[in-house]
Design a protein. Structure first.
Length: 188
């Protein structure tokens, strides 16, 4: 069935195919599904490193990074393959601080996989594109988190509608002022 809000679904629940990459990024969160998918990709040989990002949160008794690292280690990802960013408190900091970690490790990624919550995919991609060089290709690999919010059901419950619409509002609020910067970067 077609709905008037199908364009919101298509915009917000963004994903791409996944190709061999230099790194898997996780923009924070206390959802084990994020690292479960990243670990699966790692074990498939899609990238040699996983970089979860996230500082202290009330959702877990540690940093988001420690929570995600623990999940990864339980799933057989070696410690040396999980890079550390444990200060970020929001998606912009996830991207900015992750880029610093990448530089500190001397990595020069050309392709990265972004594992994120399905309804956070568009904002996560735009956020990372704000801080990463223009020549980095992003493959977006969204997962269904513990809220169970998907492109097929987000409009069936008030709570899920709120998750998606909050993300949609944030896209407008966060990125309007970045558009001229992106245009200028592309023209340089």
């Amino acid at each position: 069935m077609r709905y008037p809000f199908d364009c919101i679904t298509e915009f917000m629940f963004f994903e791409t195919g996944v190709e061999q990459s230099d790194l898997i990024l996780i923009p924070g969160g206390s959802h084990p599904q994020l690292m479960e998918r990243a670990a699966e990709l790692y074990h498939q040989g899609m990238a040699p490193y996983i970089l979860p990002s996230g500082g202290p949160t009330s959702h877990v008794n540690s940093t988001e990074w420690e929570f995600l690292q623990d999940v990864g280690i339980r799933l057989g990802v070696p410690e040396h393959a999980i890079l550390r960013e444990d200060r970020a408190t929001n998606t912009f900091e996830n991207a900015r601080f992750s880029w610093k970690v990448i530089q500190e490790h001397g990595l020069v990624p050309k392709k990265v996989i972004l594992v994120c919550k399905s309804y956070h995919a568009r904002r996560a991609l735009l956020t990372y594109q704000t801080d990463f060089p223009m020549d980095v290709t992003f493959y977006v690999c969204p997962v269904t988190d513990k809220t169970g919010t998907t492109k097929d059901n987000w409009f069936t419950e008030d709570t899920k509608i709120k998750y998606v619409m909050n993300e949609l509002v944030k896209v407008g609020q966060y990125f309007a002022h970045h558009i001229p910067n992106w245009v200028n970067r592309e023209q340089d």
